[in-house]
Design a protein around this ligand. Structure first.
Ligand SMILES: NCc1[nH]cc(CCC(=O)O)c1CC(=O)O
Length: 316
């Protein structure tokens, strides 16, 4: 069924990463009989090269949401981790497609893994979460601020300006550059940003037909995982300013009668920005209790002292 004769307009940032991921949604909709096209929208994050910590949460997403509310576009495709946690009651994240690998990735000179980088090596990242977790490893690395699109970040390693950068593996996967990855960090080493690697496909809440069409692209396992991670982040934002990492996965468990069933495993952590301390905890529970699991884990982290870790409270 085609929505009248109108083409669905998908709002996206103009970066290669953003347009590539929005195009996958356009292609999926078109293949399902709903022709769609991209509309490029400039966001504050595209205009300023300042660290996200300074420009604020929502720099990559606010302008796209404005265009959605103004009916300039019908759908917004966001990197989920860039969305503020505040709910937007008039908008509906109608699809969370299957997630890419959520891990952070090291891209380094000579393809070295983290443990091979000598003390004093210079690593680029502007993410307080990545910087804090790198410092906490105690490897004597020097952390330098770094922003810009993925290509320019990788270029700083290729050009010899930096020994390595840490970026989301998912971003590299989407633009076809996974060959650049020298190491994907197990979450035991570095917890990814909540919702890293996931997309939020959003429309106006009153566009019932589009809500229904987009729902076909939804992946319930990814949705549960992202809901748990984001609930953890939202609960911690209230009482803690240090950077937060989280990863949830649907895992198979076996009950007392030997039957296999699905559960949601959530790991989360908070790190002092100077790397002097990391607090981690985990929880496993019913997949349909994702939000509660996130809140429970946040409460546990706060009990363990998360609020006492000082940070800028900024996001990736
Ligand atoms: N903060 C910018 C941003 N937003 C989403 C991604 C990567 C793709 C994703 O996580 O879905 C990136 C780049 C990065 O963190 O390296």
């Amino acid at each position: 069924m085609i929505r009248g004769d109108t083409v669905i307009r998908i709002g996206t940032r103009g970066s290669q990463l953003a347009t590539t991921q929005a195009q996958t949604i356009a292609d999926a909709l078109t293949a399902a009989g709903h022709p769609a096209e991209l509309v490029i929208i400039k966001t504050a994050g595209d205009v300023s090269a300042a660290p996200v910590a300074e420009i604020g949460v929502g720099v990559f997403t606010t302008a796209i949401r404005v265009a959605l509310r103004n009916h300039e576009v019908d759908v917004a495709v966001h990197s989920y981790k860039d969305l503020p946690t505040a709910p937007e009651p008039d908008l509906n994240i109608a699809a969370i497609p299957p997630r890419e690998d959520p891990r952070d990735a090291l891209v380094s000179r000579d393809n070295l893994v983290l443990g091979e980088l000598p003390p004093g090596s210079v690593i680029g990242t502007s993410s307080p979460r990545r910087a804090a977790q790198l410092r906490a490893l105690g490897l004597g690395l020097e952390i330098r601020p770094l922003r810009g699109n993925l290509d320019s970040r990788l270029g700083k390693v290729a050009g010899g300006e930096l020994d390595a950068v840490v970026v989301a593996r998912a971003g590299l996967a989407r633009i076809g550059r996974t060959e650049a990855v020298s190491e994907a960090f197990d979450p035991v080493v570095m917890l990814p940003a909540p919702a890293q690697g996931a997309l939020a496909v959003e429309c106006r809440g009153d566009d019932a037909e589009l809500v229904r069409i987009l729902a076909e692209l939804d992946d319930p396992s990814t949705r549960s995982a992202v809901e748990a991670e984001r609930a953890l982040l939202a609960a911690l934002e209230a009482g803690c300013t240090a950077p937060v990492g989280a990863i949830a996965e649907v895992v198979e468990s076996i009950d007392d009668d030997g039957r296999i069933f699905a559960e949601l495993s959530l790991r989360g952590g908070v790190a002092a920005e100077d790397g002097s301390d990391v607090i981690r905890a985990s929880v496993v529970g019913p997949v349909d209790r994702a939000v509660q699991l996130g809140r429970d884990l946040a409460a546990e982290l706060l009990e363990l002292g998360a609020a006492e870790l000082i940070g800028t409270g900024s996001r990736d």
